[in-house]
Design a protein around this ligand. Sequence first.
Ligand SMILES: Nc1ncnc2c1ncn2[C@@H]1O[C@H](COP(=O)(O)OP(=O)(O)OP(=O)(O)O)[C@@H](O)[C@H]1O
Length: 307
Amino acid sequence: MWIFAVNEQAGGGRGRRVWKKVEADVKRRGIPYLAILTSCPDKASARIRTELELRPSEDIKAVIVIGGDGTLHGLLPVLAGSGIPLGIVPAGSGNDTARAFGIPKQPLQALERVFTSLARPVDLLLLTGGSPALPRLVLTALAIGFDAAVADAVNQSSYKKLCNLLRAGSLAYIIGVFQTLLTYQPRRLQLTIDGLEHSFERGWLSAICNTPSYGGGLRICPDASSTDGLLDVCVVHSCKPFQLLRLFPTLLSGTHTRLSYVTLLRGRAVAVSADGPAPTRVFGDGETVGSVPLSAQAAKGLLLLLH
Ligand SMILES: Nc1ncnc2c1ncn2[C@@H]1O[C@H](COP(=O)(O)OP(=O)(O)OP(=O)(O)O)[C@@H](O)[C@H]1O
């Protein structure tokens, strides 16, 4: 039995279109499947948890998510450590998880990949501390500070929908950068990585990554690997707003790492705190997860992924 978890709203309605194609193909193949179409992450998790409890685990081939990074994020607590593999047919706006694992954008190619791949263990990022109190699991990256404020602005915007229609998810992010720059104040960021303290005056953002990109292909930690048991950290600090703007185009290629106001770090456990006029927001997998202070650590091989 293959269980499909479908978020029809992902990618501004792309989830629905992708599911139509996928369902037709699954019917043609004549394989047993169960589709769970949900309107919110909590209902999706509860339904899948029930289905997993009802059946012997050897009867379940995988849970295949039709959606974006947010949909995947919502299912991590159910699938992590369960031994049930996750498959991905990308249907979101950013699709950074699919990008990280080389999963094709084209739905039927992605489905073929799911059916023909081995389930391989990948690391997750385990978030603790924070406000509201966590723990929480994240697959791609944590965005802390300016980049989280951008994600917030994009999620609340009307242009996200339009950009999705134009199939230009990263354009929405670029508009969000300009919008956020009008009000955001840099602040002192303190990071403790495997016990070593790093302090940054005028810290704009800090990204903690399990995989290389966020925001629809911005390669913030280009060398991040989801199989090394480590988290890659990028801090942008001590620069003027125009230098921050100059940084964003270079994120597409990952060449921002050469800039003097970009610091890259790596470790197993990362703690972050900030001093600032307003709470320093945190997003994980493009979803809001609260604000700093927080601690994150790499959880080695906690998820089985078909890729
Ligand atoms: N299983 C689910 N069913 C319905 N809605 C969900 C589910 N999981 C998450 N959501 C909600 O749908 C929103 C959009 O889903 P998702 O994040 O996957 O798509 P996206 O934002 O278009 O793509 P991406 O995250 O890749 O940029 C999420 O922010 C979340 O609030």
